[in-house]
Design a protein around this ligand. Sequence first.
Ligand SMILES: [Zn+2]
Length: 401
Amino acid sequence: MHDHRRLGRELEIFDTDPLIGAGLPYWRPAGAAIRHALEEYVRELERRAGYQHVYSPVLAKRELYDISGHWAHYRDGMYPPMEVGGEQVVLRPSLCPHHALIYRSRGRSYRELPLRMAELGAMHRSELSGVLGGLTRVRSIQLNDAHIFCTPDQVADEAAAALGLIRRAYRALGIEPVRYRLSLADPSGPHVGSREAWDLAAAILAEVLARSGIDFEAEPGEAAFYGPKIDVQVADSAERETTLSTVQVDFYQPERFGLQYIGPDGGRHRPVMVHHSVIGSAERAVAHLIDVHGGAFPGWLAPVQLAVLPISGDELAPAEAFMRQAVEQRIRADLVGPEHGSLGARIRSSRLVPCLGIIGSAEAAAGQVALRLRDGRKLPALAAGEALARVANEISAYYRD
Ligand SMILES: [Zn+2]
């Protein structure tokens, strides 16, 4: 069993410092490399699916969350307001309100819809210190978030496409959902907006799941305060279940923000918001990846993708040149020289690295590299350029999907 907290520290992915505070981990270089690769992958996946990326600030006036409903319904999860120049500003608890304002910043026509907006941005949650630990419950969260502003007719297709993106990303990440949950309102509890809107949103999501051939369990009481959602549940090796990705249908915030578009009839209409997150937060996604892969990440995510091992000090110069050539080709490569021990010891300590490039005197003389792959395959010595092409092929497998 892997504990992502222990393994995360051992592999130097992240750590914490009491002076920064509980629930506020920092990312070491290996963790930052994984996070960059993950963010780049998600951005590219979204770009190809027609999303436009934006950036928005981590703070806003409290008033914004009065409008969105967060201040009334989600205040326990928010930090107290800060007084600045006679105004109250708060750390944001979600990205939706900022995106709604970007949508509202100018007039919109039905021709622009569906308008797909995405951001990898920070949000904050005031977790109690007792539940903090590692990367799964944190107070500062890097969220992979997207909002689709669309016509009522487009909601089901957009939600289904968002679910498709999630499933595709999971294949690339080598992770498997344990179940899909349709999270509904608490039937006895209060809820915002009309009952009809909630029922319609839930019916659309149920239809999307059915149409995608996905079995799911409906669970009352697990919805967001503004609407029902599909939760993609994953489990760690101790079988603790968490929500990683979500798709939500929201009629409430468009109403609160007075969002509009001009329809083909020339009249003003209300768009619907589909919220979704492909991988959830960087923190939770990486915690889960550490756990399921035990540190042997898929090649495209590995913090070091190629370790170059000169057999002796005599091959240091060609090994260094090969490593630099790899770095130029955007491969995350590292030189592990003889000062780190015998070749056998270095091969063992690099066992999580997808590709090893070994250079002995014969390879050095011929301008070649002997590749050894993480699954045990040993390739015959190849010219340096061919070896790099082979490495690139090993670590970019996700683009084929
Ligand atoms: Zn949202």
